[in-house]
Write a protein that binds this ligand. Structure first.
Ligand code: PEP
Length: 255
């Protein structure tokens, strides 16, 4: 399937940054870059900023997302937010299984699987993160690690559910480190993810699913990374907090 037929998604991950007035100022600066960009632009912001940003993007095509969601509908889960609660705020996307959540908050493939399932059931678009650690790449087991994550994170999913999920390939060693995967490494890993999906969930799902690259993507390296045939967009941390840099990435994706 032609890459042009898949949705290119450029998503910002603001992580735990920005007060509400700061969020409003940043999104106002981003808006002009998103207009007529030719790709889907989303910003995944702290829970407390969602409504502010949803209000600010009214009348534009920018989508707003969260950075985590719980898999239960309600109950005694102190500190967690359900998918229905997110929908109520106007959020349309949600990042799930980011390496920081896996590393600092005990996220596992089992909980990622449940969270993605819950997000889809509520009508949200999950951005499901997978990626290898540095020692795993150095040990030559990247392929194995990605295949295992895709298998477990999508266990029990129908092809239609896989298709509606955005996958972010994020080599953990490249996140927030300034070390970017080469465009060949990124393209190869995204292609590998697609081939695992083809094997487990069918070619139609593999051809249709959006696979982003994430890991120190910036205004300078975006065009080369996004030119790879299996890279359908980016999940961007640091550079998404600077409107001009994020704007350059959006521009590169829209070409
Ligand atoms: C991320 O947080 O998903 C990310 C890719 O961060 P950065 O762009 O800062 O490496």
């Amino acid at each position: 399937m032609n890459k042009d037929l898949r949705k290119t998604v450029i998503a910002g991950n603001w992580k735990m940054n920005k007060t509400r007035p700061e969020a409003k100022a940043l999104i106002d600066e981003i808006k002009p870059f998103a207009a007529g960009s030719g790709c889907e632009v989303a910003v995944c912001v702290p829970f407390t900023n969602i409504e502010t940003v949803v209000e600010a993007v009214k009348g534009t095509d920018i989508k707003v997302g969260a950075q985590n969601v719980h898999f239960e509908k309600s109950g005694a889960f102190t500190g967690e937010i359900s998918a229905d609660m997110l929908v109520e705020t106007g959020a349309e996307y949600v990042i799930i299984g980011h390496s920081e959540r896996r590393q600092y908050f005990g996220e596992t493939d089992e909980t990622v699987n449940k969270r993605v399932k819950a997000a889809l059931a509520a009508g949200l678009v999950p951005i499901m993160c997978v990626g290898e650690l540095l020692w795993e790449r150095e040990a030559g087991i990247t392929e194995e690690v990605l295949a295992r994550q895709i298998k477990l994170d999508f266990a029990g999913f129908a092809a239609g559910e896989v298709k509606r999920t955005v996958i972010a390939y994020e080599p953990v060693w490249a996140i927030g480190t300034g070390k970017t995967a080469t465009s060949e490494q990124a393209g190869e890993a995204c292609g590998l993810i697609r081939s695992v999906i083809a094997k487990l969930h069918g070619k139609a799902a593999a051809d249709a699913v959006t696979v982003q690259y994430g890991g120190s993507m910036n205004a300078k390296n975006a065009a080369e990374l996004l030119a790879q045939p299996d890279v359908d967009g980016g999940l961007i941390g640091g550079a998404s907090l600077k409107a001009a840099d994020f704007g350059e990435i959006i521009k590169a994706a829209g070409k």
